[in-house]
Design a protein around this ligand. Structure first.
Ligand SMILES: [Zn+2]
Length: 271
């Protein structure tokens, strides 16, 4: 039996000011126009399962990169009734510092990651600062420690985590980049994470500049859209516009949490 999921995006940080040149390989003019991005963690909740998607950065890893952290991404899960101490499944879309930190705050969780991501973050490419800059060695070591405690589950390509919740490898941004697709009341919704940072990266075929393989990243945008019911079922990983597109689960969470299993209040913006 396929579960029907409620899906939440929680905004925990931002990078503002930030120039457009940091978001596009071929930035629009003027290159230094302000183009802030937001940081999120996500949760998929059904009758039978609670799955957290990504775990965010901490004060140190975000702070040293000039990012603003509004609230601890893990503690923020309590806002929607999730106790991180009891979470059993965490999907790690990829291990960049803003997605794969804070594992110590999930004492009971198994971390789901692609084979290719683990080999990437512990392999030869990490000799190059251009590729390793977005990772934190402490996060990688924590994941390896969890592996030795039997708390890492590997996925190779596309996989079903639970009925109604699937994982999809794309690569591109990192070697093992994966996204999540969940069955909801409005059909299949894709939590793209960094398989699509911003709607505009996909709309203009203009990739985000942090990238291992440009072709795989562009193909990844296509796969994200193909596996979603419609483009309005795609939730990009860093686009501040999603906050205006989707309703908050309650009045007091406005501006912090959105519920993306519900239909959008407005259409996908045309950038
Ligand atoms: Zn990211």
């Amino acid at each position: 039996m396929t579960d029907t999921y409620k899906l939440y995006a929680i905004k925990y940080g931002t990078h503002d000011p930030r120039p457009a040149s940091q978001n596009f390989m071929n930035p629009p003019d003027p290159h230094d126009a302000p183009y802030p991005i937001d940081y999120f963690v996500w949760a998929c909740v059904s009758e039978n399962h609670t799955v957290v998607v990504d775990t965010g950065f901490n004060e140190h890893s975000g702070g040293r990169r000039g990012r603003t952290m509004f609230r601890c991404p893990v503690d923020s899960l309590r806002l929607i009734g999730i106790d991180p101490d009891e979470v059993t499944d965490v999907v790690v879309t990829h291990m960049h510092y803003d997605h794969g930190g804070n594992f110590d705050k999930f004492p009971k969780a198994t971390f789901h990651i692609q084979d290719k991501e683990m080999s990437y973050i512990t392999g030869r490419y990490m000799r190059y600062p251009a590729l390793r800059n977005s990772f934190d060695a402490d996060d990688v070591c924590e994941l390896v420690r969890d592996l030795y405690k039997d708390r890492v589950e590997f996925h190779d390509g596309d996989d079903e985590l639970f009925p109604g919740l699937t994982l999809h490898h794309v690569g591109g941004h990192t070697q093992g980049m994966q996204f999540v697709r969940a069955w909801t009341e409005r059909g299949w919704v894709v939590l793209a994470s960094d398989a699509m940072h911003l709607f505009a990266n996909w709309q203009h075929k203009n990739p985000f500049p942090t990238v291992l393989h440009i072709g795989d990243m562009l193909e990844g945008h296509k796969k994200v859209v193909r596996l979603a019911e419609t483009p309005e079922h795609v939730i990009p990983g860093h686009d501040p516009q999603v906050l205006e597109m989707y309703p908050a689960p309650s009045k007091d969470l406005e501006g912090i949490v959105i519920q993306v299993d519900l239909p959008p209040l407005k259409p996908v913006p045309q950038a």
